[in-house]
Design a protein around this ligand. Structure first.
Ligand code: HPA
Length: 271
């Protein structure tokens, strides 16, 4: 058996020994968005370091725990802490948990992040549903031998963020009287923030927001046949002259966290 498949199965076996029911839904919590986890009932925390073959993320605001529990009675798994390419992880390492989710039986993935707003209409604190993405970084989590058990060699990315899943999220937003944007997320590896020329380029290319995560996980999820809902929390306006820092991004996320949590909890209720 392929070594990667074997490692994924080791992690699956370990997690199955802890969880009670097979979750259909998994959530990846972006930087500073961990408070959603406190909404999970009967939560069981599984530290990444205890899971065979899992890595730990070094970034502030990431907790390195997988949390199993229920939301409105539905079993879910939430990643509190994710891996980034800029930390030095390979694309395969970043997307390892997605493969584990798929083999556990997860069919819906809600993936969140902090992102810089490029669209002039976006304000700090906005929530954006990702309709599509742009990846300029040459690497891909699918480079290397294809493992048929995971998916096809050449996955179609036309429907990476299925319209139906976004429609459900928009209906929930309406019920909650939450205004949400919808736009294209550009993936830049970071860790440096973008130059003004890069932001201009991304804008010309049709990007509405930019960030340093999510796209590797989404590509892997599409490969594995998992439906994705992507949610960006807009933490800064990249076209402004104002300098940006990670502290400011974290502060801005803190201002959105409550709405984000309400939103995701109700989305799960309506899945
Ligand atoms: N650029 C890239 N990543 C980000 C940004 C940004 O402006 N804000 C939050 N994450």
């Amino acid at each position: 058996m392929d070594d990667l498949l074997q490692r994924v199965m080791e992690s699956v076996k370990y997690i199955k020994g802890i969880i009670k029911e097979t979750p259909k839904i998994a959530v990846i919590l972006g930087s500073g968005l961990g408070s959603f986890a406190s909404e999970i009932r009967d939560a069981i925390e599984i530290p990444y370091e205890s899971i065979p073959n899992f890595k730990t993320s070094s970034v502030e605001g990431h907790d390195n725990k997988l949390i199993y529990g229920t939301i409105y009675g539905k079993p879910i798994l939430a990643m509190k802490g994710r891996y980034h390419y800029y930390e030095g992880y390979t694309m395969q390492e970043i997307t390892f948990p997605i493969k584990v989710f798929a083999l556990l039986g997860v069919s819906k993935l809600i993936v969140s992040n902090a992102a810089g707003g490029i669209n002039k209409k976006y304000k700090v604190g906005d929530i954006m549903l990702i309709s599509d993405h742009i990846k300029l970084c040459g690497d891909s989590p699918l480079i290397g031998p294809n493992i048929e058990e995971f998916g096809t060699r050449f996955p179609d990315m036309k429907d990476a963020y299925p319209r139906g899943f976004r429609s459900l999220a928009k209906e929930v937003a309406q019920k909650l009287k939450l205004e949400v944007q919808e736009g294209v997320y550009a993936y830049m590896t970071g860790p440096q923030y973008e130059t003004p020329a890069e932001i201009k380029m991304l804008s010309v290319l049709g990007a509405d927001a930019v960030g340093m995560s999510t796209v590797p996980e989404v590509i892997s999820a599409v490969h594995l046949g998992i439906d994705v809902l992507g949610i960006s929390c807009i933490t800064d306006e990249t076209l402004s002259d104002k300098k940006i820092s990670h502290d400011e991004v974290m502060q801005a996320v803190a201002s959105v966290e409550k709405n984000f949590t309400r939103f995701v909890v109700e989305i799960i209720n309506n899945i």
